[in-house]
Ligand binder design. Structure first.
Ligand SMILES: NC(=O)c1ccc[n+]([C@@H]2O[C@H](COP(=O)([O-])OP(=O)(O)OC[C@H]3O[C@@H](n4cnc5c(N)ncnc54)[C@H](O)[C@@H]3O)[C@@H](O)[C@H]2O)c1
Ligand SMILES: NC(=O)c1ccc[n+]([C@@H]2O[C@H](COP(=O)([O-])OP(=O)(O)OC[C@H]3O[C@@H](n4cnc5c(N)ncnc54)[C@H](O)[C@@H]3O)[C@@H](O)[C@H]2O)c1
Lengths: 207, 207
């Protein structure tokens, strides 16, 4: 199995390669990627080695080629269809957030179970009721669900997503949800960054 | 300087130690921490070495002691006062989120610049106008501001936080903000985890 940390670093290398490509830079090296990613060149080579041979010994990597490879490995070379479950405050804020179009994640549908919310138009989408979930997931080819319902509703909403055939869940609710092995769940918590803020306030010299 | 990745791993080690302590487990080792954190034992020892000598060679670490040390290093052994700037949908969702009390981060005040929102009570807090920011930051000892205003307003709101004496900013707006060196800014992007979801959907065997 590949450590989660490796995949997070691959996402970082991809971000760096995208920036290099945007600047018209054709070549890079494990040293340059390492410096930008704040890791060792050894770590960069070790991470890439999980997935194949890239670049040429002594000559580094071709930026567009490595970028294309990483996008393929990370599943970012194809569009992904997402749905938001729970169109309360967080769900609405996420539906308007400009960044997820950046990597071909496209919002296809929004769901809620509150009669006051269902049928409303939010971020250009009409909100469906939960009974429409299986049909809409199938018709629109939804791959990933964003779970932004209250804590007490999270497991039931996750069960509905799994039954509808969803492949992955981004779980914003502050509770662990149980799903079958073949469904991938990623928990989301903004507080990891908050602890980095307190660290740097205490240790300003270490920035 | 200490790489951000090291600090993120320290946060992970602390989470593991907290869990061990809750289970009444008195001792651990770099190997056990490494396994739970999905890194090498060498990485664990290297990370801790930045901050001092912990544990005894051959005998591992005492869980409560190492946990206390990490809390101190991460600035989590003291209460932190936070304020939310921008009480729209994301700001309101964050103000209700149950987890940030867990590590002594306590919400002390909420601000907005919309007359319809100012004066309303949200999550037990009355929303202040931005003109009250310097006084409230001083009186309530606010250390950290959560920036949850629209993209176009982010720099101006950050300037107001800096002028009011804030030490750190958790920036949710999708734009880089400029602040003096002594103020720490941590950007937040819920969607970093989304790319891990797509990776594991493409590569289920690698979980
Ligand atoms: N991960 C994070 O960092 C973070 C930050 C803030 C909030 N949260 C969490 O996000 C969630 C949403 O927060 P919020 O403030 O937007 O809540 P909210 O109450 O404003 O919205 C919840 C919405 O979910 C709907 N809902 C409830 N049960 C449902 C079900 N079974 N199926 C479909 N829809 C359902 C409600 O009708 C409502 O519209 C909460 O669990 C909260 O703890 C997470
Ligand atoms: N980091 C992430 O992952 C993520 C996810 C979703 C949304 N966002 C971002 O969070 C921000 C808020 O999103 P939202 O959907 O809650 O927006 P919103 O429009 O619902 O709320 C914004 C609030 O900020 C207030 N405001 C505007 N200018 C202000 C100023 N100068 N000072 C004080 N208050 C001010 C408004 O009156 C409003 O109440 C946006 O920048 C959005 O892009 C980030």
């Amino acid at each position: 199995t590949i450590p989660t940390a490796t995949i997070s670093r691959l996402v970082t290398y991809l971000r760096i390669l995208t920036s290099l490509e945007n600047q018209g830079i054709k070549n890079t090296s494990s040293e340059q990627l390492a410096e930008e990613a704040q890791v060792s060149a050894f770590q960069v080579r070790k991470d890439l080695a999980y997935f194949g041979r890239f670049g040429t010994r002594g000559a580094g990597y071709t930026v567009p080629t490595l970028r294309r490879e990483l996008r393929r490995i990370l599943g970012l070379n194809r569009p992904w269809n997402v749905a938001i479950i729970g169109m309360g405050r967080l769900g609405q804020a996420i539906s308007d957030y400009p960044h997820f179009e950046q990597y071909d994640f496209s919002l296809k549908a929004c769901f809620d179970n509150n009669a006051k919310v269902i049928g409303q138009t939010m971020s250009g989408h009409q909100v469906y009721g939960m009974d429409a979930l299986p049909q809409v997931v199938k018709e629109k080819g939804i791959d990933i669900g964003f779970l932004t319902v209250p804590q007490a509703a999270a497991q039931a909403a996750a069960d509905a997503l799994v039954a509808a055939g969803i492949k992955g869940i981004l779980n914003f609710a502050p509770v662990v949800i149980n799903v079958p092995r073949e469904v991938h769940v990623e928990p989301v918590d903004f507080l990891a960054g908050l602890k980095r803020v307190s660290f740097y306030i205490i240790n300003p010299g270490l920035k």
